[in-house]
Design a protein around this ligand. Sequence first.
Ligand code: SF4
Length: 378
Amino acid sequence: MAIGLYIHVPFCVKKCNYCDFISYPYDAGLTASYVSALLKEIELYGQQLSGKDKELASVYIGGGTPSLLSVPQLEAVFGNLGSFFDYVPGAEVTVEANPGTLDREKLNNWKAFGCNRLSIGIQSMNDSLLRFLGRIHRADEAAHAFYLAREAGFDNINIDLIFGIPGQGMHDWSDTLRRVLELGPEHISAYGLKIEEGTPLARLQAEGQLPPGDEDLEVEMYFHTIDTLRAAGYEHYEISNFCRPGKASAHNLRYWANKEYLGLGPAAHSYLHGERFSNRPGLNEYCTALNDGLLPVAERNPVDRHGEISETIFLGLRLINGLNLKDFRQRFGQSIEELFPAALDKLERLGLVEKRDVFLRLTRKGLPLANEVFAEFV
Ligand code: SF4
């Protein structure tokens, strides 16, 4: 089966206050070293893989801020992908972009390189909340970036949003949803803010300068998102993802179906040939390995049967249609009822999951409690 390819671009103009992803402040020299290492990584995998493993069903260039790469740098990346891999017809090719870093020239060129989907990190349409999050753009710049992308011919655009931001009321969130719906993207990802350890927001919280989040309000905002976007004609197809019919993210659907993918770039994770492995997280170590002609893999973990079963269940349950029980039985030779009778019974009694046809899915009550449900299948 053809694979999905993820490329991590580990640079940002500045770190957002909530972010714990691997990213460095943009530096032209470091970025040039990274790109040259990445080109070698693409080449090494191109030489080592064969058959279907060299066929790309989807490519996702994420980060970090991929839109910080110059046009010639991204052209070189796409050039190497074209030289060492084959795209399957209709492959989805996404580039993530930060509204503060987009311009006409970049967008026109990306289109010419074969990028057919954009993911724009807008997060909020409220300027004071954007400042609180440490974003580098204002709401009007986000809308402008969206219109530029449309002008460049992008007809498949995702917008990333965050709700549950301290200080955000239901009115603010409704207003953000309304203004995003006016833009009319094909896809919307909406996540509740998580305060991650080691981030400036976590420090503020530890110092008592940030009140604890209002969980009830966050759940209310989540249901409001579902109801508003459904009423506007979007399909709610994954816990946090919504799309116009036929515009679900092919790349992310691979993750949720627990299918194989290859990750390139510092700290990128892969799942290939029954093994999960991850790259060295440090930029220097990543570049040094590739300059020495070695793959920059830090850790390899074969996935045992139990791990694969658990992952398949909780990834499948992320989908609103749910986990296909027939496929599950075919893949593992046992049904979920045989493997987890007590957990299933408990979750059904609590009304958190339900069976519909051949699917097991989270109920509306279970959606905001997804992590608690998943914990029952570990
Ligand atoms: S732009 Fe994205 S990756 Fe970069 S710091 Fe902000 S949230 Fe993190």
